[in-house]
Design a protein around this ligand. Structure first.
Ligand SMILES: [Zn+2]
Length: 231
């Protein structure tokens, strides 16, 4: 188990990349922060994650400089697929139906995926290659959606989590041995929760707040489902 739990199916895009993409629509202490505010930022992110070729991104940047409205439309498409995919991930986490519109958007993105084909290899045999059919942005979005599909078909979708810290809410994949991780990162969100419980406990001990007496001390029981329900 642990990190190697992911080794049973290989993708060029990992589900962690998919979740990193979702988390670019970020919350910083509860305030929304857009990590991909321009098409240029999005293209840089795509190149860094290897879902778009550098030359393709350069071509799109050149095109964007002569067609700003087109660049805005491309950026809007990226944001729309990201929020639809987030809606699907949220739905999986709390076992509810995703909004039909979100499925339509993700499905449209998936249909634009690259085509896998066999080609003669350099060593005189056969190799697997991919061919881009359409727009490199469509292709990048399809590749980022794909790991979630793979997770549903042959992975462990029950290990998809939303961070229990309400001011974070990052999506992450729980690779812990027990599968009971609640926070995206123990060092930040986990410690913050622990500190809050500690403060509530101290307050209760000094009789400062009667409600706080109900807050359990120490670690939460580990059988608490790591699910954050929206009210
Ligand atoms: Zn978090």
């Amino acid at each position: 188990m642990n990190a190697d739990v992911r080794g049973h199916h290989a993708h060029d895009v990992r589900i962690e990349d998919t979740f990193d993409f979702l988390n670019t629509d970020d919350l910083d202490d509860g305030f929304p922060v857009e990590k991909l505010p321009t098409l240029g930022d999005a293209l840089t992110w795509f190149v860094d994650r290897g879902v778009i070729h550098g030359e393709g991104a350069d071509r799109l940047r050149a095109q964007a400089s002569i067609d700003p409205p087109g660049a805005e439309r491309d950026l809007a498409r990226i944001h729309a697929v990201r929020s639809a995919l987030r809606e699907v991930a949220d739905a999986i986490v709390v076992h509810r139906p995703p909004s039909p519109g979100s499925l339509d958007t993700v499905n449209r993105a998936l249909h634009a995926r690259q085509v896998i084909e066999l080609v003669p290899s350099f060593d005189g045999c056969v190799a697997v290659d991919h061919r881009h059919l359409g727009d490199p942005i469509d292709d990048a979005l399809a590749r980022l959606c794909d790991p979630l599909v793979q997770e549903l078909t042959g992975g462990d979708p029950e290990r998809i989590r939303v961070c229990a810290n309400d001011t974070c809410r990052w999506v992450f994949y729980d690779t812990s041995r027990t599968g009971r991780r609640r926070w995206c990162d123990m060092a930040t969100c986990g410690n913050r929760a622990k500190a809050a419980r500690h403060r509530a406990k101290s307050k209760a001990a000094t009789g400062g707040d009667t409600n706080a007496a109900a807050v359990p001390s120490g670690e939460p029981p580990m059988d608490v489902p790591p699910i954050h329900l929206l009210s």
